[in-house]
Design a protein around this ligand. Structure first.
Ligand SMILES: Cc1ncc(C[n+]2csc(CCOP(=O)(O)OP(=O)(O)O)c2C)c(N)n1
Length: 613
């Protein structure tokens, strides 16, 4: 958009940021204090978590995103996403009063249930954060199959406490992930979780962990006001003081009046006299504003940081923020679910030029902010999908069972049969394993279709006659191998199983895992189904067929999982012909509107196939 000058541009973005903050806050307020609540049950919503993200999301959507990019938004910032979608014309006003009501805006971003554009469902902390990694891999996979989905970035807006979840590190450490230059995480570093101010200044430790995994680490730590004060006499001392103080002390200062701040900020260290002098030279409002002038609330700092992303490797941006920024609750350790009272909301409205009486006003179309919204709407417009239909799956592969065999062995054979009997179906099949592909009988299939990788890799054992499993890695491979990380397996399955809806390219993903370890993968797999992924998870061997490996390898209570899991059909075939039929039935339910996932429990127990007659 053409602005008269650079200042105007930032002023307009700031106006948008404030409207986003207002709308998100008012939406939660309406759900709790205005909408009738006959049963008196708590409605909830997270004004402080949303406020923490308002600047970051404004910078991203209104100044940075392209139509090819996709974004996963931290669960508690869903009102911010809806506010932005509303300003961009993709959410009707009537929904703003339906947050957390039946059929209304969901508590957390939901790809399947929200009425406005949501790229990734989130809500289970850690899982939504990693989804764009698997989404990036799935997109690369469909592109390698010949689709042209473009090459947008995959952003993940994560809460800092979300990084406590093992799911994040399990994903970050997978060897394939270091190659995904389109992945960018933005950490909303507000130092608060649900219960508390998190102990210790953890940013440097976290940064080193990302760097060790091969990520580019960027930081948006201070805003321009604070940076300018660092340049004054005593500024170095102030920087040291702010850098070195504990999270808890910083949060305490955020709650101080200007008078208290003048007393407390200088501290009692060697720098105290210099700090006192510096603080004395600042008026009250500058002093208060400077303390909370962190990079994650400074549109220009964020703009510079986003512009520095290098797409050759994944990037993480640590954006320092204040939970509740701009609200009466800002920085309070118990603000996670606290709500503004009416007076506080009115005060916010007065500050941002909005009123409780007309809370949902959009920008006038001809105002600068209105024109910016129109321009961003056009820039982010996505062409409608041209969806390829899922292939017709046969009901039988024509094999007559004979001899003695197990259902696990039958799986490997059925996949090979598929390449001959139904090549159009086999071409869409993609298998994935957390280091158990050969031990679950996928060796023949892997020899036939190859292992997927972003580029051709030399197989150093291709001239070794003693090697039976041929590990040929190439972009046309159809098996994806992961490290021993069942969470990653199902994260990837969910996204491979969603490519039909994201890119119009149906895939038929099949993941294998030893059945005793299905429970470890269950929650993220279940979440993937909720988010719209359709896949087949094969638990094999199941039951006591791995009993010789000891108690940890017996899966005796997993049958109920198949019965309990919504969106999933479960099968436990006894004979290989049953395996073949159920596998085909499950494949026929993938990659399509109204489809479903399947869970197959297989066995390595050889059974006389003649008994099937
Ligand atoms: C797996 C999981 N565990 C716990 C929760 C409950 N929970 C929701 S938000 C939250 C704290 C999140 O903190 P952070 O990610 O830093 O976000 P913010 O403080 O900005 O809200 C917790 C514990 C959850 N939704 N999912």
């Amino acid at each position: 958009m053409r602005f008269e000058g650079d200042e105007d541009r930032w002023a307009v973005l700031r106006e948008v940021e404030q409207r986003v903050l207002w709308l998100a806050t008012a939406m939660i307020d309406h759900a709790n204090r205005v909408r009738p609540n006959p049963d008196g049950l708590k409605v909830g919503g997270h004004q402080a978590s949303s406020a923490s993200m308002a600047t970051i999301m404004t910078a991203l959507w209104f100044d940075h995103l392209t139509a090819n990019d996709r974004v996963s938004v931290k669960p508690h910032a869903s009102p911010v996403l809806h506010a932005i979608n509303y300003l961009l014309g993709s959410l009707d006003e009537r929904y703003l009063t339906t947050l957390r009501s039946f059929g209304g805006l969901q508590s957390y971003p939901s790809r399947s249930k929200d009425p406005d554009p949501v790229d990734y469902s989130t809500g289970s902390v850690g899982i939504g954060a990693t989804a764009p990694i698997w989404g990036a891999l799935a997109r690369r996979y469909v592109n390698a199959c010949g689709a042209s989905t473009g090459a947008g970035r995959q952003y993940s807006l994560v809460g800092d406490a979300e990084l406590d979840e093992g799911a994040c590190w399990e994903a970050i450490l997978d060897p394939m992930v270091g190659e995904l230059g389109e992945v960018c995480w933005i950490v909303d570093l507000n130092r608060q979780s649900l219960d508390r101010v998190v102990p210790h200044v953890a940013a440097t430790r976290l940064q080193a962990m990302f760097e060790a995994a091969g990520w580019q680490v960027l930081t948006a730590k201070y805003g321009r006001l604070l940076s300018a004060i660092f340049e004054r006499p005593g500024g170095d001392a102030l920087r040291r003081r702010v850098d070195d103080m504990s999270n808890a002390e910083f949060q305490r200062l955020l709650r101080c009046s200007p008078e208290q701040l003048r007393l407390r900020l200088p501290g009692d260290g060697a720098d105290a006299p210099a700090l006192r002098e510096l603080v004395d030279g600042l008026d009250d409002s500058t002093l208060v504003a400077a303390l909370r002038n962190l990079g994650g609330h400074d549109l220009r700092t964020l703009g510079d940081t986003l512009a520095a992303i290098d797409d050759n490797r994944p990037t993480v941006i640590f954006a320092y923020t204040v939970k509740g920024y701009g609200l009466a609750t800002e920085g309070h350790p118990q603000n996670h679910s606290s709500l503004l009272n009416e007076a506080q909301l009115r005060e916010l409205g007065a500050r941002v030029g909005m009123s409780v009486e007309a809370p949902w006003a959009r920008f006038a179309p001809h105002s600068a902010a209105g024109r910016l919204c129109a321009e961003v709407t056009a820039r982010l417009h996505r062409a409608p999908l041209t969806a390829e239909p899922a292939p017709e799956v046969p009901v039988d592969l024509g094999r007559t069972p004979s001899g003695t065999s197990s259902t696990q062995a039958g799986l490997g054979r059925a996949l090979l049969d598929l390449t001959r009997q139904a090549p159009a179906v086999a071409r869409r099949v993609v298998t994935a394993a957390p280091d158990v592909a050969s031990s679950t009988n996928l060796g023949g299939w892997i020899n036939k279709v190859g292992v997927w990788s972003t580029d051709n890799r030399r197989n150093w054992f291709d001239d070794d006659p003693e090697t039976i499993l041929h590990w040929r890695e190439r972009p046309t491979g159809q098996h994806i191998e992961l490290g021993i990380a069942e969470g990653n397996l199902v994260g990837l399955l969910g996204e491979l199983g969603a490519t039909w809806s994201r890119w119009g390219q149906p895939l038929l993903p099949i993941g294998v895992v030893y059945d005793p370890f299905v429970e470890r993968a269950l929650e993220p797999w279940s979440f993937g189904m909720y988010a719209g992924g359709q896949s087949i998870l094969v638990g094999t061997p199941a039951g006591v067929t791995l009993a010789a490996e000891g108690g940890a390898h017996q899966s005796i209570k997993t049958p109920s999982i198949g019965l309990e899991q919504p969106g999933c059909v479960s099968y436990e075939p006894a004979f290989t012909v049953d395996l073949e039929w159920t596998l085909l039935a499950a494949l026929a339910r993938l990659g399509r509107p109204g489809g479903s996932s399947a869970y197959l429990r297989l066995s390595s127990r050889p059974v006389d196939q003649g008994l099937a007659d």
